[in-house]
Design a protein around this ligand. Structure first.
Ligand SMILES: CC(C)(COP(=O)(O)OP(=O)(O)OC[C@H]1O[C@@H](n2cnc3c(N)ncnc32)[C@H](O)[C@@H]1OP(=O)(O)O)[C@@H](O)C(=O)NCCC(=O)NCCS
Length: 317
């Protein structure tokens, strides 16, 4: 077995083999379409340095690992985005060899630790325990049955909603940065990560990636009476290969505006909008830190139901 780097431009066939291997890694959640997989393996949403290493057996891809190296914040970390071994080749040391290789690459990039997320009680968890990793955070996935979802139209006195489909218009970029940085308030459990900061260039690069990967993005912003941004939420759906899935991503309420029902209001309004605009979708998936009581309560109240639990693991290198 050899471990070789993937050259994205020169080796579309190998990328396709790796995609076939890893596309269902979040099952029973949505399958990752090829353009999104390429983005996530080549550079990620935030366009950071990344490497993909493939395990080849007789010139066939039998495993692969993708690792990201944050370069604006969190420069002490290497993030494993995928580490996958073909079902027929497991328990033969392929995963161990890939992990050891990635750990070496992390050291070469001056990183002190590797983080990776895996489903509870699956093979990944047994593997990471065997490798001496430490569990540092817990997230749950929940699914909303969109066909049964129905929220009454309502108002929150003193606030109004703004609906944005697709890219952020230039005059609103500053507000979006304020809102996206609220995500730094989400609970981290025992994760040793720094806050993420956004710039207008960073937002533009993130949104360029939506176009590249055919993402249909729905954002609802709540504004206070003086026009300042108070809350936001965002839903994604693939334009071409959604497979019936919408994906709930960020939701945040500016501290001074918490406790007034804005979080649930923006989420319900956005979900109602998504359901109307995208009748091909039947369900929405979301991830939350288990420790994030307020967000989990909103989701349960909207009808989201638990799908499974994932843990983040830390490996010191
Ligand atoms: C996790 C995964 C990458 C392991 O790949 P692999 O090639 O089978 O791993 P290795 O053969 O190197 O296993 C090394 C050790 O991990 C442990 N291990 C791996 N899979 C295990 C399982 N299913 N049950 C119990 N222990 C397991 C064992 O201690 C094993 O050593 P042993 O076979 O000598 O007992 C593979 O199962 C996989 O692709 N799973 C789905 C994706 C995933 O969870 N990825 C995240 C990985 S961090």
């Amino acid at each position: 077995m050899d471990i070789v780097p993937l050259d994205f431009a020169a080796e579309p066939g190998r990328l396709a083999e790796y995609h076939a291997l890893a596309a269902g890694w979040m099952a029973p959640g949505p399958r990752i379409p090829a353009p999104l997989f390429r983005l996530m393996t080549e550079r990620g949403w935030r366009a950071m340095p990344a490497e993909t290493w493939l395990a080849l057996d007789d010139d066939r891809v039998v495993g692969g690992a993708t690792v990201h190296f944050p370069d604006r914040d969190n420069t002490h970390l290497a993030l494993i985005r995928y580490l996958q071994v073909d079902l027929g080749h497991r328990r033969r040391g392929v995963g161990g060899a890939l992990l050891a290789h990635v750990a070496g690459r992390a050291r070469a990039h001056g990183r002190a630790m590797v983080l990776v997320e895996v489903a509870e009680a699956g093979p990944g968890e047994a593997f990471l325990k065997a490798k001496g990793a430490r569990q540092v955070a817990t997230q749950a996935r929940r699914v909303l049955d969109l066909t049964a979802f129905d929220a009454p139209e309502r108002q929150v006195p003193g606030y109004r909603l703004e609906y944005l489909r697709g890219r952020t218009p230039e005059p609103l970029v500053g507000d979006l940065i304020t809102l996206m940085e609220i995500m730094n308030d989400a609970p981290l459990d025992d994760l040793a990560v720094e806050e993420e900061r956004w710039t207008p260039d960073g937002i533009a690069a993130f949104e360029d990636a939506w176009d590249l990967t055919h993402q249909d993005v729905f954002t609802v912003v709540a504004r206070a009476g003086d026009g300042s941004p108070a809350a936001f939420t965002r839903l994604f759906a693939d334009r071409k290969e959604a497979g019936g899935w919408g994906r709930q991503t960020d939701t945040g309420v500016v501290r001074a505006h918490r406790g007034r029902g804005l979080g649930r209001w923006v989420k319900e309004a956005n979900t109602t909008w998504l359901k109307r605009e995208r009748p091909d979708l039947t369900r929405v998936i979301t991830w939350n830190a288990v420790a994030n009581g307020p967000m989990v309560a909103i989701n349960e109240g909207m009808g989201y139901r638990l799908l499974d639990v994932w843990h983040e693991w830390e490996l010191r290198v």
